[in-house]
Design a protein around this ligand. Sequence first.
Ligand SMILES: O=C(O)[C@@H](O)C(=O)CO
Ligand SMILES: [Mg+2]
Length: 267
Amino acid sequence: MPRFAANLSMLYNEHAFLDRFAAAAADGFRAVEYLFPYEFEAAELARRLQAHGLEQVLFNAPPGDWAAGERGLACLPGREREFRQGIEQALAYAEVLRCPRIHVMAGLAPAGVERSRLQATYEDNLAWAAGQAAAAGRDLLIEPINPRDIPGFFLNRQDEAHRVVQAVGAPNLKVQMDLYHCQVVEGDLAMKIRQYLPTGRVGHFQIAGVPQRHEPDLGELNYPYLFGVIDEVAAACGWTGWVGCEYRPARGAVPDGTRAGLGWLPR
Ligand SMILES: O=C(O)[C@@H](O)C(=O)CO
Ligand SMILES: [Mg+2]
């Protein structure tokens, strides 16, 4: 069975953010991930991890002005300085949290700018960031996201993401393969796991039911089968990463709403 990390941005919303660490540990998780740590002191987050015996396996670099609708800076010409400051901030947090990987969001493609210019900016920024991350001993991840959840997002497909990783050519730049987004955009998940996991370019998985992004046992996907495929391919190629549980519990942020939906995990 793969190793599962609780995504504290989506799970346990019935608790204040800092209390979600204890809740995840109480439900048996040994690792967590979440979108953004920046409104908290890194030392306080590290204390929570340590107090509950948790590993931090992933978080995101600053995405620009999230409240204003920005979803990453990496492909945006003219925002390079802010992008670099964000990577430096993320690496400083990763050091304190002992987190081995950071997700760098591509951003929304601005209207009227040629795709080739965005692509060049994206690859230049990622090359610089991967160099910084390598010096700090971290991996950087890029994630294809479906355009229904984030209209206009620059990176939507697994093949595009793998081409970017190959073009940049940094061994610590990898793909965050979110099976929820991949099913919405492309489907054929088992074959895509078999195609991409052995390349060494997949750094992390995430899961959710499709189409509503609830628990993995709700919806059109057969996750027990897909976990078997991940296990089989991972054993054959030596992959030892994590699977992030990045879904919105169907019961909502009601007391014990996350726990009540975890029946899929022991199964
Ligand atoms: O899939 C997602 O939405 C996340 O993994 C993320 O990092 C951006 O929202
Ligand atoms: Mg995701």
